[in-house]
Design a protein around this ligand. Structure first.
Ligand SMILES: Nc1ncnc2c1ncn2[C@@H]1O[C@H](COP(=O)(O)OP(=O)(O)OP(=O)(O)O)[C@@H](O)[C@H]1O
Ligand SMILES: [Mg+2]
Length: 453
C-alpha cells in the first residue's frame, strides 16, 4: 500500500468512525503468544469480517475466542500479524481513540458501579467532549433503543438493576457514541434462558436499525445460529474449523469436530433460521365479544374451521371457542372456551414456536405483532413442512458430494411427522443445555492464567 493510499484510507476510516458507519475488519495471520506460556493462545488467525454483519465466534472454553476479539480493540496486543479496520492498520491508531470508537460489551455488563445508569451511558460521549444537549438527546435515544424507561432507571445504580436490565444498559453504553464496531463477549451468558432469548431477539432488532459490524463471542452454538450472519467455529489456538452462514454449517459440517459441536438435531436447529413472519399465516375467524356468538358460529360454518379465536379490545388473543360448544349453547353469553395457552411474536423463530406449541400441547398457536395484536395462526404442520423444505435445500447443497441423505439421516433421528420425536429432541437439547450451563459454571470458577504468569 502506498503512503497516499494509507493516508486516504485512514481519513476515510476517521470519517466512518465519526459517522458510526459500519466498517470491515480484516485480521491477517494474527498470532498471540502470552509471555511465559507454552502454545500460543491464538495462532495464525485470518478472517475478514464484512461491514454491517454479525459474525459469531463459537468454540469451547479456552480456545482463544476472547483473546482473538480483544486484539481488535487492542486490549490484547498481537504478537504478530495485522488487523485492518476499514482498511487502516489498527496498530497505527491511538489506543484511546480505538477503544472509544469500538463498543465493548462483556458478561455482567461491566458497568461502573459507583455511577448511575445515566452517568454510565454518558461516560464515553463526555470523554469525546460532546455538547450537553447532544448528550441528553442521545441518552434518551439509548433508553428507547434498549427498551428501558428513562424516568424509572436513569438515576439508579447498577446494583439496583436485574441482570437482564444491567445487560441492556451494557449494550446501550457500548452504542452510546454510535461506534461503527461492537464487540460482544458472551454478553448474555449469565442470564436465565428466557431473558437471554429476549435479549438475543432485541439485539437483532437493534441491529436492523443501527447496522454495526458486530463480533459476538459465545460457546453456545444455538446462540451462534440465532444471531450470526456468519458463524466461525473455532478449535484450540483459535484455529478455524469452519466458517460460513449458519444454515450452510448446519447442512454441511466440515468435519467430525464441527458435527460434534453442532450436536444432535441439526434440522431442528435450522428452525432457528426461519421466523413466524416468513410463513403464510392462516387467519382463524377472530372476534371481539360484542360481535356475538351467532355471528361466530355462522362464520365457522362458512369457513369450515372448528375453532374461532376470541380477542380482547386490543385485538389480543384470549380464548379458543369450539364449534360444538357454540352450537350446544346458542345465545349463551358466558361461553368459557379454552384459554389461549401461549402466543408467538412475528419475529419468533420456528424453533421457539415449535417449543411453544409442544409445551402448550395445542399444535396451533396464535401469532401476534409487537403490540400483542392477533396477526394469524401457526400450525405445527407448517413447522414440519419447513423442516421438509430445509431437507430439500440440504440435499440440493449436497448434490455433488455424498449420496443423497434421507431426512432421518440428516436430523439424526428426527422423523418430521412424529411430534413425539420432536419433543424428545427438544427435551434432550434442554438437558444438554442445562448440562453445558453446569459445566460452564464450574470451568468459570477455575483460576485463569494471567499474562506473564
Ligand atoms: N493474560 C493471559 N496470560 C496468559 N494466558 C492467557 C491470558 N489470557 C488468556 N490466556 C490463555 O489463552 C487461552 C485462550 O483464552 P481465552 O480467554 O481467549 O479463551 P476463550 O475461548 O475466551 O475461553 P472462555 O470460553 O472460557 O471464555 C487460554 O488457554 C488461556 O488460559
Ligand atoms: Mg472468553
Amino acid at each position: 500500500m502506498s503512503s497516499t493510499e494509507t493516508t486516504s484510507s485512514r481519513r476515510a476510516l476517521r470519517e466512518a468512525m465519526a459517522a458510526g458507519t459500519a466498517v470491515e475488519i480484516d485480521l491477517q495471520s494474527v498470532t498471540k503468544q502470552f509471555t511465559g506460556t507454552g502454545a500460543p493462545a491464538v495462532e495464525d488467525f485470518s478472517l475478514t469480517i464484512p461491514a454491517g454483519e454479525i459474525v459469531v465466534f463459537v468454540g469451547p472454553s479456552g480456545c482463544g475466542k476472547t483473546t482473538t476479539m480483544r486484539m481488535i480493540n487492542r486490549l490484547v496486543r498481537p504478537t504478530s500479524g495485522r488487523i485492518l479496520i476499514g482498511g487502516a492498520d489498527a496498530a497505527k491508531m491511538k489506543t484511546d481513540d480505538l477503544r472509544r470508537r469500538i463498543g465493548y460489551v462483556v458478561q455482567q455488563a461491566g458497568l461502573l458501579p459507583h455511577l448511575t445508569v445515566r452517568q454510565n451511558l454518558e461516560a464515553v460521549p463526555r470523554l469525546l467532549k460532546w455538547k450537553s444537549a447532544r448528550i441528553d438527546e442521545r441518552s434518551s435515544e439509548l433508553f428507547e433503543l434498549v427498551g428501558l424507561d428513562e424516568a424509572e432507571f436513569a438515576d439508579r445504580y447498577p446494583r439496583e438493576l436485574s441482570g437482564g436490565q444491567q445487560q441492556r444498559v451494557g449494550v446501550a453504553r457500548a452504542l452510546a457514541a454510535d461506534p461503527p464496531i461492537l464487540l460482544m463477549d458472551e454478553p448474555f451468558g449469565a442470564l436465565d434462558p428466557i431473558t437471554r432469548d429476549r435479549l438475543q431477539s432485541e439485539l437483532l432488532k437493534i441491529q436492523r436499525r443501527v447496522r454495526k459490524t458486530i463480533v459476538f463471542v459465545t460457546h453456545d452454538i444455538d446462540e451462534a445460529i440465532k444471531l450470526g450472519d456468519r458463524v466461525v467455529v473455532l478449535k484450540e489456538r483459535s484455529r478455524i474449523a469452519q466458517q460460513g452462514p449458519p444454515d450452510e454449517i448446519l447442512a454441511n459440517p466440515a468435519d467430525r469436530y464441527v458435527r460434534s459441536f453442532i450436536g444432535g438435531g441439526a434440522a431442528v436447529k435450522r428452525l432457528h433460521l426461519v421466523r413466524v413472519e416468513d410463513l403464510e399465516l392462516e387467519r382463524y375467524p377472530a372476534f371481539t365479544e360484542p360481535e356475538g356468538y351467532d355471528e361466530i358460529l355462522r362464520q365457522l360454518q362458512e369457513t369450515g374451521y372448528e375453532y374461532a379465536l376470541l380477542l380482547d379490545n386490543h385485538q389480543r388473543p384470549q380464548r379458543w371457542l369450539h364449534r360444538d360448544e357454540l352450537q350446544d349453547r346458542p345465545g349463551r353469553p358466558d361461553l368459557e372456551g379454552q384459554a389461549v395457552q401461549g402466543v408467538v411474536m412475528a419475529t419468533t423463530t420456528l424453533h421457539d414456536a415449535m417449543d411453544e406449541m409442544l409445551s402448550s400441547g395445542t399444535g396451533v398457536v396464535p401469532a401476534v405483532d409487537d403490540r400483542g395484536a392477533y396477526i394469524g395462526t401457526v400450525r405445527l404442520d407448517q413447522v414440519t413442512d419447513a423442516l421438509d423444505d430445509i431437507h430439500v435445500t440440504a440435499v440440493a447443497e449436497q448434490e455433488d458430494s455424498a449420496p443423497v441423505q434421507t431426512l432421518a439421516e440428516i436430523t439424526g433421528e428426527l422423523d418430521s411427522r412424529e411430534l413425539q420425536t420432536a419433543q424428545e429432541i427438544l427435551d434432550r437439547e434442554r438437558v444438554a443445555r442445562q448440562r453445558d450451563e453446569t459445566d460452564g459454571a464450574s470451568t468459570d470458577d477455575e483460576p485463569k492464567e494471567t499474562e506473564g504468569a
